[in-house]
Write a new protein. Structure first.
Length: 49
């Protein structure tokens, strides 16, 4: 888990080095993915019980 988070952070930094827009979209993608995961995982886990 820690290696995956680190890799995504490094990718975001690299995107930010390319352009501010790319870095902004990269950061937005990480944030939205975390939010959607936090919402959907409990719902799916409850459905699978």
């Amino acid at each position: 888990l820690a290696m995956g988070i680190s890799a995504h952070g490094i990718g975001t930094v690299r995107a930010l080095q390319m352009s501010e827009t790319a870095g902004a979209f990269s950061g937005l993608a990480i944030g939205l993915t975390g939010l959607v995961t936090a919402i959907l995982v409990p719902l799916i886990a409850g459905f699978l019980r």
